[in-house]
Design a protein around this ligand. Structure first.
Ligand code: ADP
Ligand code: MG
Length: 620
């Protein structure tokens, strides 16, 4: 009621002003300062955006070393120094004007190879702060300085500086108090700026980068190889727990490193997406990540990732947003499928063996440079980011499943070796079972250490993978609803659902148009039974279709049911296993993709090398 009253009031107000205005001209051209401020507001949203623009300029200028000084959350000072190509006095004057750039050679905006191209960052910063730039071109004998304050620029005057450029931004947003009010705490703004610098650092490993705030060097990176830089930004642990992502299709190439499911975070704050060396909003990653890690990670956990997408400049539009934080691929669906495929393929190969670390003493299954990995084990590091011509990767393709027995535990394979022969274990990554302890864990001996397996988690995973394969083979059974359910939605959701009707039908959900903005659900996956909140499921699916282009909620729901089934049909903790049963379980784990963790990303097996054991006992 209150709402209607409000709108009613607004209507009246509008009427009276138009009537009152009679024939007076209502449209006027805005003065240039206002235009600049409006534009500036789009480019420079917060101190971190200024840092981004200035560091990008330094990188575009070919700097080998860039330093950022950041004071009081960027409110009082943001200074970026570089040893790049520098600017002449004439160039300085132009640099601070709107739409002045040295970078755009191609007026069609189709082949953009620099980070900047819009020629508005410095002008925007100048409109919102007190800006000064000191610059000296490489071969010039002296430096020049220019200052802009409140839209007024001074003529360039001589200054002192080594070749390169220093841009100082003081009192950002002093001219736009509204924006000033929206700034968060100094700490939050500093973290945001640091994130921007980290992103650019990942994209430009060979450039030295430092970030100094309140006299502290919180980041100080020397020129590095790509992998060392990833380690410096993401932590060395990440490299030890990551697998390479690689894939290529129709001119798009993805490569990078992603964390094993057993190495995840509660926040999606360690996911970096770089498109042709340009950091872009990681929002575009969320759908593919959810899809790829769907059943190896619990809800609310997030993988860590550095993902590069490379393509010819004309295959991606970078001119989508003034901040250049978004890009649009010519074939977005293809890129999404490529990312998901590459991640799944990586998970299939590497997540079979993954395991979490046992505090600091123990090392995981993943090679960490200290323990000796199993013979057939390719180090994620070796393979990572090796840009050398690699055969393009196929989309995730499950390898032929091993024959599966009907009953909970598979029989022991004929080729199982006697455990006494240590050499025999060299081809068995999970080794040979030695004992079962507390009816819960299997201890196995490998060629270079021991493996501890959580029998319930492992068996649950194997059963789950088997159920999924069965589903893939036989399709998803549908069941007509006794009473078709009508779900009313908004127009966009309805269109999204109807547009994906064929795909949804394959997943067991049959929706049809019901007129207005409603759809009617006629059939649902038999697996879901009849206790689902259909309206909610349909809304969730529509939301995912709109946001991610994929009906993730539905696949997730189906997986969840399979996972629950798997749990109920798996060998319980507490059950005694014969040695053949244990070995059969180990062999099946080796043969099953993604068996290294349970559905929630907890490890099913932990590997301790002799090295680790020696360390535990202080022998090393
Ligand atoms: P853009 O980067 O889109 O061209 P900017 O407003 O960020 O627009 O910069 C305008 C121009 O100023 C750039 O095209 C470049 O020629 C020059 N410039 C800016 N920063 C630097 C720098 N650190 N070193 C050398 N030249 C710079
Ligand atoms: Mg720029």
């Amino acid at each position: 009621m209150a709402r209607r009253g409000q709108y009613g009031g607004m209507e009246k107000h509008r009427e009276s002003t138009t009537r009152h205005g009679e024939r007076q001209p209502r449209i006027r051209e805005l003065p240039p300062e206002v235009i600049n401020r409006i534009a500036a507001g789009e480019v420079i949203e917060r101190p971190a955006s200024a840092v981004k623009e200035l560091v990008e300029n330094a990188l575009d200028a070919g700097a080998r070393r860039v330093e950022v000084v950041f004071r009081e959350g960027g409110r009082t000072l943001i200074e970026v120094r570089d040893d790049g190509c520098g600017m002449t006095p004439e160039e300085l004057r132009l640099a601070v004007r709107r739409h002045a750039t040295s970078k755009l050679r191609d007026d069609g905006l189709v082949r953009i190879a620099t980070l900047g191209f819009r020629g508005e960052a410095l002008a925007a910063i100048a409109a919102a702060s007190r800006l000064s730039i000191v610059s000296r071109p490489a071969h010039a004998t002296e430096a020049w300085e220019i200052a802009v304050e409140g839209g007024q620029e001074t003529a360039p005057r001589p200054a002192a500086r080594a070749p390169g450029t220093t841009v100082s931004v003081r009192d950002l947003f002093f001219a736009t108090p509204a924006r000033l009010k929206f700034l968060r705490s100094a700490r939050a703004e500093t973290l945001a700026a640091l994130k921007v610098v980290r992103q650019l650092a990942l994209a430009h490993p060979r450039t030295a980068l430092a970030f100094i705030t309140e006299q502290r060097r919180v980041l100080d990176l020397p020129p590095q190889e790509a992998e060392a830089r990833i380690g410096a930004i993401m932590g060395r642990d990440f490299i030890a727990h990551a697998f390479p992502i690689e894939g290529e299709r129709e001119g798009y190439r993805v490569l990078g490193l992603a964390s094993l499911p057993t190495f995840s975070r509660g926040q999606p704050d360690m996911q970096f997406l770089l498109v042709n060396g340009r950091p872009v909003q990681d929002r575009q990653l969320s759908g593919p990540l959810r899809a790829a890690y769907r059943d190896v990670l619990a809800a609310g956990r997030h993988p860590l990732m550095v993902l590069h997408i490379e393509c010819a400049p004309e295959l991606v539009d970078v001119n989508v947003h003034p901040t250049k934080r978004e890009v649009r691929f010519r074939d977005a669906g293809l890129v999404r499928a490529l990312i998901i495929g590459a991640l799944r393929a990586g998970l299939d190969t590497h997540a079979r063996h993954s395991a979490a670390s046992l505090a600091d003493a123990a090392r995981t299954w993943t090679e960490d440079g200290r323990g000796t990995p199993p013979a057939d084990w390719t180090s994620p590091r070796q393979a990572a980011l090796s840009t050398a011509a690699q055969a393009p990767l196929e989309l995730a393709e499950e390898r032929a499943p091993p024959p599966l027995p009907a009953h909970p535990l598979p029989p022991i394979p004929a080729r199982a070796a006697p455990r006494e022969e240590n050499a025999e274990t060299s081809h068995l990554p999970l080794g040979l079972a030695v004992a079962q302890v507390h009816g819960t864990y299997i201890i196995a001996e490998t060629s270079n250490g021991i493996v501890i397996v959580d029998q319930h988690a492992a068996h649950e995973r194997l059963t789950y993978e088997r159920l999924k394969r069965q589903r893939a083979r036989e399709g998803i059974a549908r069941q007509p609803l006794l009473v078709p359910e009508v779900v009313s939605l908004d127009a966009a959701s309805r269109d999204a659902l109807l547009g994906a009707a064929t795909e949804l039908r394959e997943l067991g959900l049959v929706v049809e148009d019901f007129g207005g903005d409603a759809v009617v659900v006629r059939e649902a996956p038999a697996l879901l039974g009849n206790r689902v909140d259909m309206a909610r499921l349909v809304r969730d699916v529509a939301a995912d279709l709109l946001a991610e282009g994929m009906p993730l909620a539905l696949s997730e729901r189906l997986d969840h049911v399979l996972a629950t089934l798997a749990c109920h049909h798996s060998v319980r903790a507490g059950r005694r296993l014969k040695r053949e049963e244990m070995n059969a379980l180990l062999r099946e784990m080796e043969a099953t993709p993604r068996s290294g963790q349970c559905n929630h990303g907890r490890p099913t097996a932990v590997h301790l090398t002799l090295d680790d054991l020696d360390k535990l006992f202080g022998r090393k």
